[in-house]
Design a protein around this ligand. Structure first.
Ligand code: ACO
Length: 323
């Protein structure tokens, strides 16, 4: 059988790091409030010379170098973002050109914070059906550009960045011990639109708009939806939660990570946490966390990892991968 196997990962952050204390000088908030409610200590904010495509390209180059392949061998790019450089064309096409692998497939997917899971699953399906051989899956965002910096309930929570992985279609054996993406489960519930959305867009206001969120209600839904999709994912592969080496979750809030792990019976030491360093980078957060934990030696070849995310829409999903 064919499975999509991870060959490498990379990430990129803007040059400017903004601490909670720096933010508290401009917004009515405090380091203490932000750390206690979210676990966030700092975030990176894109400068004028940094865009979603420039961060995505830097992350993609790092992933290609890590995989030890030529950029020209990439024949599929799926880029998850809610903050594209332009309304069209897809940011993925800009990245493709910057990498010099023109001619293959390149498109964006929009599923906000679960965008990387949606992109991963789409690329995996295309690799397994033979439409492509080598894929770049990227999550990249400049959420700082859609934040209302007067709204302290949202602007302290987000940051900018990008993460990328290289996947290759490879012959694999059956079963959970053989490397590759084992399963992915995705969901959406459009009835929850008003809990997390952007109040602008080309077809409504002709403006970019700002992020709006009812944080407390999002929190409640996140823990329930994530626990359900994690259960669905591990049952599909026929394993138990204690067989998972690492959970790499969307980094929205340390309390959501703790509550979900507890509900699933997963030890907190098995959960990769980067929200303290990066804040919530939406579609970039899962690949950023994955790359961080691979590079610092926590995640290793042979490990069974579970990726999960929930975001605006609502959308949510999870993937199990044997490295
Ligand atoms: N600094 C200081 N005080 C603040 C701040 C701030 N930055 N923000 C809110 N407060 C105040 C509020 O005004 C409120 O004051 P009041 O009691 O006097 O009215 C108090 O703090 C408590 O506010 P709550 O909103 O009830 O705080 P809560 O404990 O729920 O934490 C938070 C808020 C951090 C947003 C939390 O609800 C959360 O993390 N929600 C989930 C968000 C999330 O996961 N998003 C993921 C998806 S993101 C995506 O898809 C793009």
């Amino acid at each position: 059988m064919i499975r999509s196997r991870l060959l490498g990962s990379g990430s990129a952050l803007p040059k400017r790091c903004v601490s909670n204390a720096e933010l508290a000088a401009q917004v009515d908030t405090s380091d203490e409030w932000i750390v206690e409610r979210t676990g966030i200590r700092q975030r990176y904010i894109a400068g004028d010379d940094e865009t979603t495509s420039s961060l995505a390209t830097a992350a993609a180059k790092a992933a290609i170098a890590d995989a030890g392949i030529e950029a020209g061998s990439i024949d599929l790019i799926v880029l998850a973002t809610a903050t594209p450089d332009n309304t069209f064309p897809a940011t993925a096409t800009k990245v493709q050109h910057a990498l010099g692998c023109n001619g293959g497939i390149a498109f964006d997917v929009a599923a906000v914070c679960s965008g990387f899971l949606y992109a991963l699953s789409t690329a995996d399906s295309m690799l397994r059906t033979g439409m492509a051989k080598r894929a770049l899956v990227i999550g990249a965002e400049t959420f700082s550009r859609i934040l209302d910096w007067e709204d302290r309930t949202t602007c302290v929570l987000f940051g900018d960045g990008a993460g990328a992985i290289v996947l290759e279609a490879s012959e694999a054996g059956e079963g959970a011990d053989s490397p590759g993406i084992l399963t992915s489960k995705l969901h959406a519930d459009g009835a929850q639109h008003d809990l997390l959305y952007v109040d602008g867009g080309p077809s409504t206001t002709q403006t970019v708009g700002h992020l709006r969120m009812k944080g407390r209600e999002v929190f409640r839904h996140a823990v329930v939806n994530l626990a359900e999709v994690l259960k669905e994912t591990i049952e599909d592969v026929g394993i138990t939660a204690d067989q998972i080496d690492w959970v790499v979750p969307h980094q929205a809030n340390k309390r959501i990570l703790d509550a979900t792990a507890k509900k699933m019976g997963i030890a907190p030491e098995r959960v990769v946490v980067t929200v303290d360093q990066h804040a919530n980078t939406s579609a970039a957060s899962v690949p950023l966390a994955l790359d961080t934990a691979r590079k610092d030696g926590r995640i290793n070849p042979g490990d069974l990892i579970l990726l999960e995310a929930m975001g605006g829409g609502f959308t949510w999903g999870a993937s199990l991968i044997r490295l």
